[in-house]
Design a protein around this ligand. Structure first.
Ligand SMILES: NC(=O)c1ccc[n+]([C@@H]2O[C@H](COP(=O)([O-])OP(=O)(O)OC[C@H]3O[C@@H](n4cnc5c(N)ncnc54)[C@H](OP(=O)(O)O)[C@@H]3O)[C@@H](O)[C@H]2O)c1
Length: 284
């Protein structure tokens, strides 16, 4: 089916829902719980979720969480529509919503948006989808307007969410690591802009590390040729001591240190850092 024959409704006009609606263009129908969020959008505003669904072939939900999606769709008749959920959640929630849709005979795709709002509708806009490949093939021409990297990961509806949570894990921990570094630098009297110049260099190491660790984890080999876990144990011990001496919260460092120390205690001190993914993958 061509995109021009598929009408789209976007339910949820937070920053991301608005960006999606703008990318779909003026033919889009929108609904938001709180009125007034469609200001400035070229769109038809539906008075209720049911009215939005009735106007569409493809219903896109982009809300704060999965319970909000279920509540929003509770009274709507989705018969004949395809439901595409672009709300972030857990893989289990994606599976449950897919089962809910299947019970009602509603074709369903789950999606994970990997880029911020300004990139939606641009060549660098990246969205992962998963679920029935036949459903994806039907809606792919319409979804193409959302970005240059619209990827389908296969039939498991939870797959996109699985990538999403693992990537958000990287984002959350890396961001808080960066901010903790700013706090320690400030406690030592280093001005944030002075620190930022060097912190950016640490961030620039991550792409190569991601590729190298990915290869080593796939091979199941963790050579300590570049640096070792034993060295990391020493490093994190003095970072933690310095942070504690200045009265900083060391909870995040303590958690990382416990895993590194356990790796050393189990005889992996001579191995490379990629081994720590194995250690983080189990408790105790
Ligand atoms: N913003 C980004 O850069 C970005 C990037 C990637 C992924 N995402 C994902 O996109 C989704 C939407 O994010 P967002 O940035 O647009 O904002 P958000 O704050 O996550 O969600 C706001 C939307 O959820 C609605 N909402 C909240 N509680 C509701 C409820 N109980 N019932 C019905 N609607 C409810 C809000 O309606 P009201 O206006 O009435 O409060 C609004 O439309 C999230 O899952 C987010 O993780 C966002």
């Amino acid at each position: 089916m061509e995109s021009s024959t598929q009408n789209v409704a976007v339910l949820g006009l937070g920053p991301m829902g608005r960006a999606l609606a703008a990318a779909f263009g003026p033919g889009v129908t929108v609904w938001n719980r709180t009125p007034g969020k469609a200001d400035g959008l070229e769109a038809t505003i539906a008075p209720s979720p049911s009215d939005a669904v009735a106007a569409a072939d493809i219903v896109v939900t982009c809300l704060i969480d999965y319970p909000a999606v279920r509540r929003t769709l509770a009274a709507a008749d989705l018969g004949g529509r395809t439901l595409i959920n672009l709300t972030s959640g857990t893989p289990d929630q994606a599976r449950e919503l897919a089962a809910w849709a299947a019970d009602r005979g509603v074709p369903y795709l789950d999606g994970a948006i990997l880029t911020p709002t300004p990139m939606i509708g641009t060549p660098s806009g990246t969205i992962l989808f998963s679920g029935d490949p036949a459903v994806h093939a039907t809606v792919a021409p319409t979804l193409a307007v959302l970005g240059g990297r619209i990827l389908h990961l296969g039939p498991d509806p939870a797959r996109a969410s699985a990538y999403d949570v693992a990537l958000l894990d990287v984002f959350a921990t890396a961001t808080n690591g960066l901010l903790h570094g700013f706090a320690l630098a400030a406690a030592e009297g280093i001005a944030p802009p002075d620190f930022a110049a060097f912190a950016a260099g640490i961030g620039a190491l991550l792409p190569e590390m991601a590729t190298r660790f990915g290869g080593r984890l796939a091979d199941g080999r963790h050579p300590g040729d570049r640096s070792t876990i034993g060295s990391a144990a020493s490093g994190i011990a003095h970072v933690t001591a310095a942070a504690r001496a200045r009265g900083l919260d060391t909870g995040m460092l303590d958690a990382a240190r416990a895993v590194i120390d356990r790796a050393v205690a189990e005889g992996h001190g001579h191995e490379g850092l990629s081994r720590l993914a194995v250690m983080w993958g189990r408790t105790g």
